[in-house]
Write a protein that binds this ligand. Structure first.
Ligand code: FES
Length: 84
């Protein structure tokens, strides 16, 4: 899988490569005071393989959202479920 295929996932709620959910990663980030993806990757390994999850991890840390609509390359992640 490459980052060009990310938009094909039905729902994005985890780092697929490491099987770490964003809910778990957000709790870990908050518990450890981690504020950047780089810090989170260093402590959890999430985001260390294919990099598809990088924009989602950044959005998760910035907003606290833990589920996203699949985004095409270059599009910003949007929360799941879609807002009405
Ligand atoms: S989805 Fe591959 S490193 Fe996170």
């Amino acid at each position: 899988m490459s980052s060009a295929d990310c938009h094909r996932c039905p729902l994005v709620d985890r780092c697929v490569c490491t099987r770490r959910t964003f809910a778990w990663l957000l709790a870990k980030a908050r518990a450890l005071g981690l504020t950047t993806r780089q810090q989170l990757t260093a402590r959890t390994r999430a985001g260390r393989v294919c990099a598809c999850c990088h924009p989602y991890l950044d959005a998760m840390l910035a907003t606290g959202t833990t589920a996203f609509q699949p985004a095409r390359p270059g599009e910003p992640p949007r929360p799941w479920p879609p807002e009405a």
